[in-house]
Design a protein around this ligand. Structure first.
Ligand code: S3P
Length: 168
């Protein structure tokens, strides 16, 4: 059996990685790590500023370095950023480190959950629904390639956490 050192939640923005991750950490007696929060703290600026001042490629480098670092640790519930799946090296590292679960949700649910959000540069500006739909479409193959997937549409945070725990 593969050693379970960490639980890693991946998935599109607004699928509940952070809320579910926080609850899972409490229920499993593990430490919660929000990758975006760590990146912001290290860069000493918010994600939208990293994107505008340093560019998305720089953000992806910081994300990659953090995946490598977290993959050597244990006892963490990790909420990854939505784009972590784009780099196959990230997924290879994470799947060696424990259970990787992809959270999914309908575009309407994602729209609702991210409606008042201003911290996600990839969904900023006009026509948020179109952005969600086209980004979801272009990333579908990455999310679909993760063996454990949970559709969170219409589920409470507790219900999603129960489903993740049933996979352990
Ligand atoms: C991104 C998702 C965000 C954050 C950044 C890029 C993406 O994280 O990492 O804005 O590419 O999907 P959340 O999924 O936690 O919103």
């Amino acid at each position: 059996m593969k050693e379970l050192r960490n639980i890693v939640l991946v998935g599109f923005m607004g699928t509940g990685k952070t809320s579910v991750g926080k609850l899972l950490a409490v229920r499993c007696g593990m430490t919660f790590v929000d990758m975006d929060a760590v990146i912001q703290q290290r860069a000493d600026k918010a994600i939208p500023r990293i994107f505008t001042e340093d560019g998305e490629p720089r953000f992806r480098q910081m994300e990659r370095a953090l995946v490598q670092e977290l993959s050597t640790g244990s006892g963490h519930v990790i909420a990854a950023g939505g784009g972590v799946v784009l780099n196959p090296d990230n997924m290879a590292d994470f799947s060696r480190t424990g259970l990787v679960v992809c959270l999914l949700a309908s575009p309407e649910m994602i729209m609702k959950r991210t409606e008042s959000d201003t911290e996600r540069p990839l969904l900023a500006g006009e026509d948020k629904m179109n952005k969600i739909v086209s980004l979801l479409e272009s990333r579908k193959k990455f999310y679909d390639s993760i063996p454990h997937r949970i559709d969170t549409t219409g589920l409470s945070v507790e219900e999603v956490a129960d489903k993740v725990i049933s996979l352990l």
